[in-house]
Write a protein of this length. Structure first.
Length: 304
């Protein structure tokens, strides 16, 4: 007698094609995520924890948890208040100077200007130059005796200006130098946006009698809303963390007129060995950037 054996056929489960690509994508971005975690998010967590502790100024060892004492010390320090005011003022001045300048340069480069190739090279050259070298060159340009700027002022009959040694001019002088150095990145952002604007829209508006200014306000600027937001955010971060020009040009002076939060944190950590106060200053910088970026995002959000 033959006994029949039944074989159970298991149904073939086909996994979606996106699962394999998703795994491959995670594997590709994993090194980037690890790098961001180690060099971006982990230092933020460490700074937040250290801002709640007290440290021995001689050994650097932690003395224990002190709560919000370091933040209270910041609010009681007039130099921190001046550094916070200077940082906000520097961000505002940077955006006022850099963003319109970058938008104008991007318009010129995107146009049919004969010298637009040379202009593009000049913009990229400023962006690619070493920040330290640029600071040293501009420091000579601002020299009150032999500087190029004061020589030009004397030629037109104006008196020499103190620039970096004046409490009312030093911060603006650093803003101008930083705008020249960093405007290239904003120009590239705006140039990418301008090249994505359909030319048919300008042609149709031109046929309807709209002039260049009207076309820019009604067509170009609304389509550049997202690019403006990116440029504002990048310039804000650059303005918040500026250090080399302050350190090499003015050392925070005169009379703390150029001391910002970055330089203040550097002084607290490496000159006064107040690591807890320096960490608290870093956290305040992060909060300031988030608040400014949130305000910019709300102000420029697209209407639905």
């Amino acid at each position: 007698m033959t006994i029949g054996v039944r074989h159970r056929v298991r149904p073939v489960v086909r996994r979606p094609a996106w699962e394999g690509s998703s795994r491959a994508g995670w594997l590709l971005v994993m090194p980037l995520l690890v790098g961001l975690g180690l060099f971006q998010f982990y230092p933020i967590v460490v700074a937040g924890w250290q801002s709640l502790q007290s440290f021995n100024p001689f050994t650097g060892a932690s003395r224990g948890y002190v709560g919000l004492a370091n933040y209270s010390a910041l609010l009681d320090d007039p130099q921190f208040v001046a550094a916070l005011r200077n940082t906000v003022l520097y961000i505002v001045l940077t955006l006022v100077v850099e963003i319109p300048l970058a938008l104008g340069l991007a318009q010129l480069i995107n146009s049919r200007l004969p010298a637009r190739g040379l202009l593009r090279i000049m913009v990229i050259a400023g962006l690619a130059a070493s920040e330290t070298v640029a600071v040293l060159v501009w420091n000579q340009l601002y020299d009150p005796t032999h500087g190029l700027f004061n020589s030009a002022l004397r030629m037109v009959g104006l008196g020499a200006q103190p620039f970096l040694t004046s409490p009312s001019q030093a911060l603006l002088a650093i803003v101008v130098m930083s705008a020249w150095k960093n405007v290239g990145l904003a120009v590239l952002i705006f140039l990418a946006g301008l090249q994505n604007v359909p030319p048919e829209l300008h042609e149709a508006a031109s046929l309807d009698g709209a002039g260049p200014v009207r076309r820019f306000r009604a067509i170009t600027l609304p389509l550049l809303r997202r690019y403006v937001l990116v440029a504002l955010f990048v310039s804000t971060i650059s303005g918040t963390r500026i250090f080399t020009p302050v350190n090499l040009m003015t050392q925070g002076g005169p009379d703390d007129a150029t001391t910002n939060l970055t330089y203040y944190a550097y002084q607290q950590a490496f000159q006064y060995s107040s690591h807890g106060v320096a960490a608290a200053t870093t956290v305040c910088m992060l909060v300031l950037v988030c608040v400014v970026a949130l305000i910019q995002g709300v102000a420029l959000r697209e209407k639905t």
